[in-house]
Design a protein around this ligand. Sequence first.
Ligand code: ADP
Ligand code: MG
Length: 316
Amino acid sequence: MGEFELIRRYFFPIAEAGSTSAVLLGPGDDCAIQRVEPDRDLVFSVDALVEGVHFPLCYDPEKLGWRSLAVAASDLAAMGADPVCFTLALTLPDADPDWLHAYARGLANAARCFGLSLAGGDTTRGPLTLSLQVHGTVPNGQAIRRSGAKVGDYVCVSGTLGEAGAALNYLDSHNPGPDEQAVLARYHYPAPRLNIGVSLRGYASAAVDISDGLVADLGHILEASGVAACIDLAKLPLSAALERLAGPGAINLALNAGDDYELCITISPTAWESLSQDIRRRLTIIGKVESGEGLSITNDGQSQSLTAGGYDHFRT
Ligand code: ADP
Ligand code: MG
């Protein structure tokens, strides 16, 4: 079977993954066609993953299939977009049918789970690189940007932080225990917070997905919005598995490690009160937006220096 036959067999079926009728033409022609209703904005982003840089050498292709779409879809979540479709540019060293089959299986699972149909792509030979462009839509003007944080807003995060970072220590474990398995799952199968993102449209003043660590990504909101923030270490949501594995190092992982793909948002106290219980339960208030610039940290109310022991590798 030739390379293109493999692509047709394994990838074209993923065109049916989403439920949307907005993709008028999927893979097979020179371009795909997406219909965008006049009352919606198209929200799109591309992510490239390079072997040895964004994922380990010889990484399990099924996990890579999931992960490559999950990290791209996380950007849609951060904008509050409804997922529609994606394209896939695959650069492969060779057309290994086992690899392609496993990669496509992971990708198809993710595509169905996130409601993203494969609309097209490109296939070339070279060092293993995956570029995925994701498309979503929002009602006109309602995408959640990084630049809308206001003084007095709460700073919140979804889920728990630091587990994907902890998992890096166990990627080569032959016999991981239950806690190791729990954090490894967070690294291998990130869950983009698409439902939370959509539910925050019209409520959150700013949002970002946490790909590079809370301090770095919240920093993007602060800079784009021209504000400062203070967060309390005691409020950081940590899983029991992470606390058992990392002990006091859990805080540092929650602040600085990447790959969690949770959302960090800002929201006014009034908007927070009007959020549904269900969404509020999935978010933790960790601090407040203030005037000025930069991030400051308290521990149970006591101010803590970002350069104090353990945190000296941050730059503010
Ligand atoms: P062109 O030369 O016109 O760019 P290609 O021969 O590269 O077209 O691709 C033919 C069709 O197969 C296109 O519709 C393209 O979207 C689809 N395609 C190619 N590679 C992939 C892929 N990795 N995943 C999904 N669709 C793909
Ligand atoms: Mg063409």
